[in-house]
Design a protein around this ligand. Structure first.
Ligand code: ADP
Ligand code: ADP
Length: 225
């Protein structure tokens, strides 16, 4: 089965001024691929991601994740947004454990997993720190840990480094590539940055706006570290 299968997908936002955000999007995303979703502002990238996450109803076509039609938010998807949404009153470790708590699972069974993720993202010394003590890049690394803690089948990232300065963003891209080499999740990474999309993705899906269409899917075959 594919990680994500879309056939002739469309999305019209409701209301008299509701725009057609997606039209005729068909895609087949294989397991363990890193897919960059690239295009200018307003081309439907976030809408596509939110539909895949079940946070938005599609208005036409078919959409399935891991072979199952998307119906409401599934529990095996990890998400990272531009704003990290870490809870300021919780330590980094307790922030990372949030999805485990939401799923009503025993956090005690996840301590080693948290240690592994902290180590993987270079945050080993910051488990008991609070978000405000971390730099922007470190906060996004903590958000990545949180998204990965419960072994999601899909990792969805919506301009995760968009709020960082260009220098830190470049560092984070290198970090993310290294992390992905270890975890090999299926990733959908939304960006309007061409170099970022090509650097990270082994597939680049290019969208164009008005209405949002998938105009090209490019396989990137660069040697990886
Ligand atoms: P991108 O992520 O590529 O910038 P979006 O998916 O955010 O694009 O938006 C695609 C189109 O849908 C835009 O015209 C945007 O204004 C519109 N849109 C996005 N979210 C909503 C919403 N919740 N309600 C109405 N229109 C929306
Ligand atoms: P990033 O590139 O992840 O945003 P910085 O360049 O700001 O991180 O910081 C580089 C390193 O400096 C971090 O990995 C961390 O070890 C240390 N550091 C940064 N900010 C803090 C802080 N507020 N408290 C302790 N150490 C920090």
């Amino acid at each position: 089965v594919s990680a994500v299968h879309a056939h002739n997908l469309s999305k019209q936002y409701p209301g008299s001024r509701g725009v057609q955000a997606l039209a005729g999007v068909s895609a087949d995303i294989g397991l363990e691929r890193f897919v960059s979703i690239l295009g200018p502002s307003g081309c439907g990238k976030s809408t596509f991601l939110r539909c895949v996450a079940g946070l938005e109803d599609v208005t036409g076509g078919e959409l399935s994740v891991n072979g199952k039609p998307v119906q409401g938010p599934p529990d095996d998807i990890g998400m990272v947004f531009q704003r990290d949404a870490l809870l300021e009153w919780r330590s980094i470790r307790k922030n990372i454990l949030l999805p485990v708590e939401f799923a009503k699972k025993q956090s005690s069974a996840y301590q080693e997993k948290v240690d592994y993720l902290l180590n993987l993202t270079g945050l080993s010394d910051f488990g008991s720190s609070y978000p405000r003590e971390l730099s922007g890049g470190m906060r996004q690394r903590a958000a990545i840990c949180r998204a990965l803690v419960d072994d999601p089948k899909l990792l969805l990232m919506d301009e995760p480094f968009g709020a960082l300065d260009a220098f830190t963003r470049d560092q984070m891209n290198v970090e993310l590539q290294r992390i992905w080499m270890q975890t090999r999740n299926t990733v959908l990474f939304v960006t309007h940055g061409i170099s970022e999309a090509v650097f990270l993705g082994d597939v680049v899906m290019v969208f164009s706006p008005r209405p949002g269409r998938l105009v090209e899917t490019i396989e990137i075959d660069l040697p990886r570290p």
